[in-house]
Design a protein around this ligand. Structure first.
Ligand code: URA
Length: 432
């Protein structure tokens, strides 16, 4: 077999065999195929697509390129949750503790931020002391002991994805449905859990801009999971504005804590309750979605989920007093209101622009930009669908710098305000 023949075959729109796909993936992972040939291959896939069978074979080749975590020594059902990448997405910090507080085992390896989106690992690291680098043995022991561990992804799992993702990032081949499906599923399947809930984001701030593309991606991922005897549930959720109000690591941790105290934003709370309920139902802890929803709400009301988050933080060497007193996160010296120039209904808040504006403020680099762990980022004051009048505050910028003109313009321009009323659904579909 030759890589150049396989590239030509895909370039000309033919279906590749399992062996040809394995040859490319394993050859590249083992440094036998150079970047320039893999780049050409990825671009051919980008333009010609893949059949469902090819995508399944690509996922499996990437999955078997490294280790598969063996969680069999942990009793009970092990679950995982993954979002395709959102702005203001701190769902794991709430869903993990809710389900773990019921006895469902949460064994989660998370990523860092990609592009304009923040990663769960960065958010957890913003809690002083929290260690994301546990060994595999420590990770498994912690799940056995307290029912939850959240750490950074191990380098030995799906190494093909790490190499291919880095190449896709610089060759314009990220937003391809078969490449995204195989990237996400190879990592999730390698992490060894029984049940995976996927939050597939749809909208301006997401990889999938349309519901049709999001459904296609979701269906592919659910089917690949099924073919390997895993239960995969994909929720399609709206990303036409950031999730919740807060964007920026510390600010998002605070919002997650507020949510676990029963004071979270409505959209974010609804998403967390529903994602938790899907995991509770799939794990057999409830007989219906309604029962599962009530259980999830109960774990917030009785504070057991909040206590589980504190237990997680403490187990991973973080200072859990921040969970009970989030005021300990230092305020930034400058908190600047963003004022509306218009009157009307908010039709969208561009999540991509908000994510980029937050990065410009230094969100995601809090520890580098300042020794004090400041609450850098953006807090929305209004959400899509709400009515605003000229002069009202749309959002606040939390900055450690005095000069914020560029960010102020970005945040102001991200609000689309029209005269007509506007309503949007948060959960667009659930595919199982
Ligand atoms: N998230 C991933 O892990 N991979 C992709 O390709 C896109 C989003």
């Amino acid at each position: 077999m030759r890589a150049s023949d396989i590239i030509i075959k895909k370039r000309d729109g033919f279906e590749l065999t399992k062996e040809e796909i394995e040859y490319m993936v394993l050859g590249y992972t083992n440094d036998l195929i150079p970047d320039y040939q893999m780049s050409a291959f990825l671009m051919a896939v980008y333009f010609k697509g893949m059949t469902d069978a090819e995508t399944a074979n690509l996922t499996k080749a990437m999955l078997y390129s490294g280790d598969i975590l063996d969680l069999s020594s942990i009793d009970g059902i092990k679950v995982d949750k993954h979002s395709t990448g959102g702005v203001g997405d701190k769902t794991t910090l709430v869903v993990g503790p809710i389900v773990a507080s019921l006895g469902i085992k949460v064994a989660k390896m998370s990523g860092r931020g990609l592009g304009h989106t923040g990663g769960t690992i960065d958010k957890l690291e913003s809690i002083p002391g929290y260690n994301v680098n546990l060994s595999e043995e420590e990770f498994i022991n912690q799940v056995k002991e307290i029912g939850i561990a959240i750490i950074g992804a191990s380098k030995s799992l799906a190494p093909a994805d790490k190499k291919m993702y880095a190449l896709r990032d610089v060759t314009g081949t990220v937003d391809s449905i078969p490449l995204i499906a195989s990237s996400i599923m190879s990592k999730k399947l390698a992490a060894g859990t029984d049940i995976i809930v996927l939050d597939v984001k749809v909208g301006s701030g997401a990889f999938m801009k349309t519901i049709e593309d999001a459904k296609k991606l979701a269906r592919l991922m659910v089917d690949v999971g099924k073919s390997l005897n895993k239960k995969v549930i994909a929720m399609l959720t709206n990303m036409n504005d950031p999730l919740g109000y807060a964007v920026g690591n510390n600010l998002e941790v605070i919002e997650a804590i507020n949510t676990l105290n029963g004071n979270g934003p409505k959209d974010f709370t609804d998403l967390c309750i529903n994602a938790s309920a899907e995991l509770i139902l799939a794990s057999g802890y409830a007989n219906s979605l309604d029962e599962a929803i009530n259980l999830a709400k109960r774990q917030i009301d009785n504070k057991e989920a909040l206590n589980k988050l504190a237990e997680l933080v403490k187990a991973q060497y973080g200072d859990e007093s921040y969970i009970y007193d989030p005021n300990k996160f230092a305020k930034t010296p400058f908190i600047i209101p963003i004022i509306s120039y218009e009157t009307g209904y908010i039709h969208s808040i561009d999540a991509l622009t908000i994510g980029n504006a937050s990065m410009k403020l230094g969100a995601g680099r809090e520890k580098l930009s300042d020794k004090v762990n400041h609450r850098v980022g953006i807090v929305l004051n209004k959400k899509t669908g709400e009515y605003v009048t000229k002069g009202e505050t749309l959002a606040y910028i939390h900055s450690i710098n005095k000069d914020n003109d560029e960010v102020i313009n970005m945040v102001t321009s991200s609000f689309i305000i029209e005269a007509s009323e506007f309503k949007q659904e948060l959960i667009l579909d659930v595919i199982k």
